[in-house]
Design a protein around this ligand. Structure first.
Ligand SMILES: [Zn+2]
Length: 168
């Protein structure tokens, strides 16, 4: 593994440990030339997925991009970083398990939405409002219905009236 600081090829692994419940391995490395330390994460990749955009363009699936959008949706929500990583791993496994290499971006969005809906209704609404194509009126009606159902379903939870970002 090449050093990201000086470009030298001679880097050594100092420490390896399981990460994300064993779904990945985290390695601490040190560069023999400049002495900088950095971390690499090794994950199983079952197949190379391709995302088919709404306009027909095909781009390689990027786990990090998906993870970022899930993290943004869950920002300041009571879901720990480790759990978010496991959620993302689960999403990737799910996509890999479909057996298809080409996956419409819309299907990926729907899968993320369905997953978030189970976890946190605020994150679900955030994700839906950013990523979902609301041009189809029926979709929008369906989402509003789901949201109102999940909000009334949450009534038993003892949530404070304001969110964590609203404190003075
Ligand atoms: Zn270096």
């Amino acid at each position: 593994m090449r050093c990201p600081f000086c470009g030298n090829d001679d880097t050594q692994v100092k420490d390896s440990r399981p990460h994300e419940d064993g779904a990945a391995i985290r390695r601490r490395r040190i560069c023999g030339s400049c002495g900088q330390r950095f971390t690499t994460i090794e994950r199983v990749q079952l197949r190379d997925l391709v995302v088919v955009k709404a306009d027909g363009r095909r781009v390689p699936f990027e786990r990090d991009k998906m993870a970022r959008s899930v993290r943004i949706a869950l920002r300041k929500r009571p879901v720990e970083a480790d759990r978010i990583e496991r959620i993302v791993n689960g999403l990737v496994r799910h996509l890999e398990a479909t057996g298809e290499t080409d996956i419409p971006s819309r299907d990926i969005g729907r899968l993320i939405m369905e997953t978030l809906r189970e976890i946190d209704s605020v994150a679900y609404i955030r994700f839906a409002s950013v990523h979902w194509d609301f041009r189809e009126t029926k979709d929008f009606a369906d989402i509003l219905e789901t949201i109102s159902a999940s909000v009334s379903g949450d009534a038993g939870e003892d949530l404070p009236p304001s969110g964590p970002g609203d404190k003075d």
